[in-house]
Design a protein around this ligand. Structure first.
Ligand code: MG
Length: 445
């Protein structure tokens, strides 16, 4: 499946060496045979996909800088610092082990825009990919220094006081789900003086549980936090752009809490600064922003949309409710290291526990469901709007309907034939009812 975020598929079925090579060659052409940074997560299929990517890039004359197994944000940083023309990350992010994908990064270190993505697929679909002769081939270089550079850059962020965090000697259980986090997160936390208890930190790509860092997949992390009497638990997704937090009580705070806590901390130091989030991210952010005399700028769902808006309006922090924190001071990509650093600094400065900080966030409950995409989707969407005459409509991405202190958002998935139905309200019952209303109208034939 080709989407805004890249090319993804099941290895051996839709994602074959042939498809990977075609898209990599086309990307090489878009990069005008210049420098391209390459990285991958720990997936078992990573080595095979890497070989096809390298082949495509070399055949179009690119200088390939291969960072090896690394975090997605590490590649984004390297693209900008090396003044490369682009980057390719081989990862299917939080998708299960049979999946893999290519994520394409532009020269600005941000995922391709919809327009750039279309130019790329056009080259492949219209058979315009050209390979160079023997004297027009590219070169391959290995550079394993970027993980360390990434760590150092986060430690040097203006919001982070390494000494202050070190003093607290936090006990942290870290679940990397045997993904790319293993090569960077344990050493990063140790550099902050944490006592790290490693869980699933073998970078072999055998995901120990469903790799999406949502509460139901974090039961072993929750247990380990309690058993080890830890101050908190962190979970990284396989390519380290999403972060989930478990409190000292062994309770998962939910992926929406990550960005809310990070935003609250950053705004407490920089009030009146702009915040950007996608349209289905929690309203906690709006309440927090209000408290600090500012507002949240909403975008379509997708990291590239949030990143571009942050850049345009010079926002101070942004991201997505799935645990993706973007801090423009470092780069315009979701970065779990940035998230971990901000949370630890917040804990150190406030001298409060994770569960206490969480309890001080605005109280909302979110319910997320999926429905099959039916042929009546557009008609039902019109029906839906009519059935909520008192709601404020926002058609930015699907439809979001805002009420006094709740909202309902319905949109087609970018990656699957699904409709996502999300509601948030002051009580779980109210949120569930909103979702049920949405599902009922969407299923009409
Ligand atoms: Mg990810």
């Amino acid at each position: 499946m080709v989407g805004v975020s890249g090319v993804r598929g099941v290895v051996g079925e839709s994602l074959t060496p042939d498809v990977v090579m075609k898209y990599s060659s086309a990307f090489g052409m878009l990069c005008q045979s210049g420098k391209v940074v390459l990285g991958r997560d720990t997936r078992v299929s990573g080595e095979m996909v890497r070989a096809a990517v390298v082949c495509g890039l070399l055949s179009t004359g690119c200088e390939v800088i291969d960072l090896g197994i690394c975090a997605t944000p590490t590649v984004e940083i390297a693209v900008r610092e090396l003044k490369a023309n682009g980057g390719i990350i081989i990862t299917a992010s939080h998708n299960p082990i049979q999946w893999n994908a290519l994520k394409f990064v532009g020269a600005d270190g941000i995922f391709l825009s919809e327009r750039e993505g279309r130019r790329l697929s056009d080259l492949v679909e219209k058979d315009k990919v050209k390979h160079g002769g023997w004297n027009k081939l590219g070169k391959l270089k290995f550079d394993q220094s970027w993980t360390e550079k990434h760590v150092k850059k986060v430690l040097r962020l203006s919001h982070i006081n390494v000494q202050k965090i070190k003093k607290r000697k936090f006990r942290v259980v870290l679940d990397c789900v045997n993904g790319a986090g293993c090569v960077i997160s344990p050493r990063f936390l140790r550099a902050l003086g944490c006592k790290v208890i490693e869980l699933n930190c073998k970078p072999d790509g055998n995901f120990a549980h469903d790799p999406e860092p949502i509460p139901r997949n974090l039961t072993s992390l929750c247990q380990a936090v309690k058993k080890n009497n830890a101050d908190l638990g962190f979970a990284n997704d396989p390519d380290v752009d999403r972060l989930a937090i478990v409190s000292e009580k062994g309770v998962p705070l939910g992926e929406e809490a990550t960005l809310a806590l990070a935003t609250k901390f950053v705004l407490s130091r920089k009030p009146n600064s702009k915040v950007v989030a996608n349209i289905s991210t929690s309203r906690m952010l709006d309440d927090i922003a209000k408290e600090y005399n500012t507002r949240v700028y909403r975008t379509k769902v997708g990291e590239a949309h949030v990143a571009r808006q942050l850049k345009k309006i010079r926002g101070v922090i942004g991201g997505e409710g799935n645990g993706g924190v973007i801090l423009p001071e470092l780069h315009y990509g979701r970065d779990a290291l940035v998230g971990m650093a901000l949370i630890l600094q917040y804990l150190a400065e406030s001298e409060k526990s994770a569960s206490r900080l969480f309890s001080e966030l605005p109280g909302y409950f979110m319910v997320k469901r999926k429905a099959r995409l039916t042929r009546n989707f557009e008609t039902n969407l019109v029906r839906l709007k009519r059935s909520f005459p008192r709601g404020r409509m926002n058609p930015l991405d699907g439809i979001r309907i805002d009420f006094e202190d709740s909202w309902l958002h319905i949109r087609k998935s970018n990656t699957e034939p699904l409709v996502r139905v999300i509601a948030e309200a002051k009580s779980k019952r109210e949120a569930s009812e909103l979702v049920a209303d949405g599902l009922r109208i969407l299923s009409k034939s």
